[in-house]
Every structure is written in structure tokens, then in C-alpha cells.
Design a protein around this ligand. Structure first.
Ligand code: FEO
Length: 403
């Protein structure tokens, strides 16, 4: 099996999931990888596991790198099943002398795999500041709570200046290439952005703190090996992803507008197109995203990458459209901040859908513009009002008017 050297006897020994398209509801059109890293030194350490079912692939890669040497230590940075699902198999086959994880990981592993199993693994708890010498190299542990689970931890290989931060800086991207400089840049950053939007957006505060902590600890970083996708190794690529995380964690966004909508009899659709025309006339890029043809993971990326988003819904039985309700439920969990937002849509008699959307956007604490409703089918005047709404939102995005 192909061996992949990250650097300085740190080997990629993960597994490639070419087929996954639904990652707990997150659409992954380019598949993913479950990355793990084997560090060869006087002691051999394996950092992270993989998803159940991919253990044999990972074990074959470990065997190819170890040349018969035992794996002395196993480090579990994160317990979500895409990384811990194969741990029972890995422990059974590799029989590491010691297993290291955070305090919360120890508790959670017992809940996932049973208290007896976790006890038999004899888990050694580590926390920020703890170190483990492998001989020439030292592993430094950094707790990373809520990046993105309470148990999350980073491992830093000090002498190799390599950060192994598990989910942080990842992308769902299956490839026979292992490094960021070997894959298409556009696809890579689109997947990194989508990953952040769907997995990490709710945790902007902890991420900003962690970026500060990396600076405070004085960690020199010459490679970042996340647990999904490709590895960042060139200085310009490391700067690119660190800058993107800094921008995303502070909820900064480009001057773009996203229109996210559904329609029953094309009225809300006509409104959407008139709003888009208004945004475009102001010279601002606008994405039109119909809920029935765009996966919600893609919509989340557009919310992350747009300074404003409007949500269009028809009224059905005095309520917002069910697809719109599903999207807003998902969005509530992602907790976007620092965005202009607004509701629009059509109704026939009692109304209610647009009011609900407007209330949900306000509950998110966004900077919400006045809602716009039309009855049955938008008239010429209604479409003019939609066009004006588009122009107004575009000017807000450009900073030309106040919200
Ligand atoms: Fe890739 Fe939180 O698991």
C-alpha cells in the first residue's frame, strides 16, 4: 500500500472514503478521508484512529511503515465515531503500551464503547502543557474544547513543527494526493469553507481563542495535518488556512448576498429573481439558492461567505414552507453572526410564513431588514419593491447605508 511521508518520520496512515456522500446530514460530494499519523522514533506513536470499517486499511498502512516494530502509544485527539469507530479494532491488533486522551474523551469513550472496555484500555488523561517524549521527538498536548466537541484535543510534534489538530482545518475531500499544494485550489478552499460552515461555525469564540493560544504558546508551525482531507505544508498554504479561520471565526464575510428560498406557484421565485437583479445592479455578487435543489451544507457555506442573506418563503397553512423551516432549524444550530438578513415571500389570505421567517432571523440576533410580502402573484409594483430591496441590501453590504 502507498506510503505517504508528511515529514521527519511522520507518516500519513489514514483511510480514504471515496463513496461517502452523507456525513451525518452534511452532503460530501467529494468524499472524505480519515487521517491518522504514525510517528516513528525510539517509541512509535499513532495519533488518531478512523471510522469503523476503515480499520483494516489503516492497519495495512501502519504495518507498511512500522516494518515489524510495535506501536507503543496511541493518542486519541477526538472521540466522534469517524475517528474512534475503529479504535476497538486498532487496540486489539496493535496492543499499544499506553493510550492518551483528554479527560472528557476518557468519559465519552466509556459512554460509546462501554465502561469495561474503556477501563481495559487503561486510558491516560493528558491536558494542556503535558508532553510525551518519543526519543528525538516530543508530543505536546493542547486541549481544544468545543473545536468542535468538549473532548477535542490537538497534538503538536515539537521538533517537526507539525500540528495535528484533528477536525480543525479539515476538508471533506477524498484524493489520492495528500497535500494542499497538490490539489485544485478552488475545490480545496470550497471544501475547507463548507467544512468550517457546517462543523465549526457555532464555535467562532473558542476558535479565535485557540488561534490566540497557538500564538501564546509560541508554536512554530511548518505543517498542519488535519483529520480530514489534505495536509497544509507550504508556508503560503498554512497562512491561507490560518487567515481563513481567523476571518471565519470573527464572522467576517465578503461583499456578497445569498438568496435562499422555496416556492409553491412561482410567486416567491419571481420575487427572488427581482431581488437578485437589484443586488446585481449595485455591482454586488448574488447567489440564488433554491432549497429543493441545494443541499443545506452548501447553503451554510453561502451564509458563511456572504455578508447578507435573505430567506424567501411562501405561506402554507399560515406557516412558512416546510423546506424553509428545516433550513432555519439547521441555521439556528450554526449560530451565524454579523450578517444582514431579511425575510420575503408570498401569501394568499391569512399570511404567516414571512412573519415566522422574520421572527426566526431576529431571534438569531442578526441585523434584519424589514420583511417584504406580496399577495398571490407579485404585481409590477411588487417586483419593483423587490428590486429596491435587492439594491438596499447590496448597499448595506457595501457599507453605503446603515441597517
Ligand atoms: Fe471528524 Fe468531529 O469528527
Amino acid at each position: 500500500m502507498e506510503r505517504y511521508l508528511l515529514r521527519d518520520d511522520i507518516w500519513w496512515v489514514g483511510a480514504i472514503d471515496w463513496d461517502v456522500r452523507d456525513f451525518h446530514g452534511y452532503e460530501t460530494p467529494r468524499g472524505t478521508t480519515y487521517n491518522a499519523y504514525l510517528i516513528l522514533d525510539q517509541k512509535v506513536a499513532l495519533v488518531d484512529g478512523c471510522r469503523e470499517g476503515f480499520g483494516p486499511e489503516m492497519l495495512a498502512r501502519v504495518a507498511g511503515c512500522c516494518s515489524g516494530r510495535p506501536v507503543d502509544y496511541l493518542v486519541i485527539n477526538h472521540v466522534e465515531p469517524d475517528h474512534s469507530g475503529a479504535i476497538p479494532l486498532l487496540v486489539e491488533r496493535l496492543r499499544p503500551e499506553r493510550i492518551f486522551c483528554s479527560k472528557r474523551a476518557k468519559e465519552t469513550l466509556a459512554l460509546y464503547y462501554g465502561a469495561d472496555t474503556a477501563q481495559a484500555w487503561d486510558l491516560h488523561v493528558v491536558s494542556t502543557g503535558d508532553e510525551l517524549s518519543l526519543g528525538q521527538k516530543t508530543l505536546q498536548f493542547i486541549e481544544a474544547p468545543m473545536l468542535h466537541w468538549p473532548d477535542s484535543m490537538f497534538t503538536y510534534v515539537r521538533e517537526a513543527k507539525t500540528l495535528l489538530p484533528n477536525d480543525a482545518f479539515g476538508q471533506h475531500l477524498a484524493s489520492s494526493r495528500r497535500f494542499a499544494d497538490e490539489v485544485d485550489r478552488g475545490a480545496l478552499m470550497e471544501e475547507a469553507s463548507k467544512y468550517y460552515a457546517n462543523i465549526l461555525m457555532p464555535f467562532g469564540g473558542p476558535i479565535e481563542k485557540m488561534l490566540g493560544k497557538i500564538g501564546d504558546l509560541g508554536l512554530e508551525i511548518e505543517a498542519i495535518g488535519p483529520s480530514h482531507g489534505v495536509i497544509w505544508r507550504r508556508p503560503e498554504d498554512i497562512a491561507l488556512i490560518l487567515d481563513a479561520y481567523s476571518r471565519w471565526s470573527r464572522f467576517q464575510a465578503p461583499e456578497r448576498v445569498a438568496l435562499i428560498y422555496d416556492t409553491m406557484w412561482h410567486s416567491t421565485e419571481k420575487m427572488t429573481m427581482a431581488i437578485e437583479d437589484g443586488v446585481a445592479q449595485e455591482g454586488v455578487e448574488c447567489s440564488v439558492l433554491k432549497l429543493t435543489v441545494n443541499p443545506r451544507s452548501e447553503l451554510a457555506r453561502h451564509v458563511l461567505e456572504s455578508r447578507a442573506f435573505l430567506v424567501g418563503s411562501p405561506t402554507l397553512n399560515n406557516s412558512m414552507f416546510p423546506t424553509v423551516g428545516g433550513f432555519l432549524t439547521y441555521l439556528k444550530g450554526l449560530r451565524p453572526k454579523n450578517r444582514f438578513a431579511g425575510a420575503y415571500g408570498s401569501y394568499g389570505w391569512g399570511g404567516g410564513g414571512v412573519k415566522q421567517v422574520d421572527a426566526d432571523l431576529r431571534a438569531l440576533g442578526l441585523d434584519v431588514v424589514d420583511p417584504l410580502e406580496v399577495r398571490y402573484m407579485p404585481s409590477v409594483d411588487d417586483l419593483e419593491a423587490c428590486h429596491d430591496l435587492g439594491r438596499r441590501v447590496a448597499r448595506l453590504v457595501k457599507g453605503e447605508t446603515q441597517g
